[in-house]
Design a protein around this ligand. Sequence first.
Ligand code: TMP
Ligand code: ZN
Length: 406
Amino acid sequence: MKCRVCDQPIEPFMSFGQQPIANHFITPDQKGNEYFFEMEVATCSNCGMFQLIEQPDPEVMFHDNYAFFSQTSKSMQVHFKAFADYVTENYLKSEDPFVVEVGSNDGIMLRNFKNDGIRHLGIEPSGNVAEVARKDGVETLCAFFGEDTANDVKAKHGAADAILSANVMCHIPDIHSVAKGVAALLKPEGVFVFEDPYLGDVVQKTSYDQIYDEHVFLFSATSVGNAFKDYGLVLIDVLPQVTHGGSMRYVLGRPEHHEISENVSRQQAWEDEMGLAKPETFEKFKQNCEKSREDLVSLLKDLKAKNKRVVGYAATSKSTTVLNYCDIGPDLIEYISDTTPEKQGKLSPGKHIPVKPHAEFANNYPEYAVLFAWNHAKEIRANETKYDEANGKWVYFVPEVSIHGE
Ligand code: TMP
Ligand code: ZN
């Protein structure tokens, strides 16, 4: 296998076993017909890119029934307003700026530009979410982003002052086609600003659940700097974010038009110190994942032996990796409560734990709830004070398996 970025040979350092499509919640009649792939991961010792060895076809993962809608979370709405304000304040200096977002989902970020009367265009491959954005007045093109799409957009709307993306770049295996598209569509002084879960956080917190089919890459400042340098784009700033349990915002531009923030060298130095491109770091990460699995499974088996009622809280994409890697099914977790109507009544990918509406949880509290949406712990715990008052306990597994609320 060759590195998807720099073409150097790479070897997997670990496998998370057979994994289904993380967001394919299935109906009972689809049992036995699921797509599985072996989820192995590698880091490139040359360019530092952390990546999946094999990734299912994008057509298998993103389709018209894609279950992910960004707007479900309040805190993410607040986050994207702040992201939009950051871009406007720092990088939209021209008379009639034009902002493009790659993977604009239901328009959660672009609606902020729409509300400010700023020219914008979302590029979103999933038809159903693109339609939701359009209904909301967010200009959206239903397409995959690459050089051809970039040239079409430029011909129709002109060059972009800013190209944005959130939790999308790490999904696109052909990073070179994205880089070519960005280079073609950006004004000379334009910026490319994107954010994604940060490899440094994943390694530090053993949050291996960030690794699933859609996340073909986990980025660092080092690997992002390397990935775009051949296209005349350099990292001009990096800004850590709390979203998704630890993300990084990367700002890229052409060096002749931008000063480079000290944040960039500071972050890359920290990554060197952490050993984020070294095999030893990932050997240790693998051991930490195995320990996390042992601890979680033994806790759940222990609770079952004590006849405790255990449910899951939030049927996240991330939970698919945990449940399948740890081999946790409905025998250990009765059901998963989730607020997304499209997931309710379905079964979790691979392990077939029923997904039920939140009312099921609220009307008959279990004794333990495994918090799969651990990145939203603050918001969720604040909403569920009654569960705590009813003596309900929470099981966390990041940064380590632990019980909260006791
Ligand atoms: P994600 O982490 O893959 O974005 O999925 C988030 C899922 O968690 C989504 O299906 C909605 C669900 N969820 C809840 O059920 N309750 C909550 O309080 C939060 C924040 C999310
Ligand atoms: Zn590489």
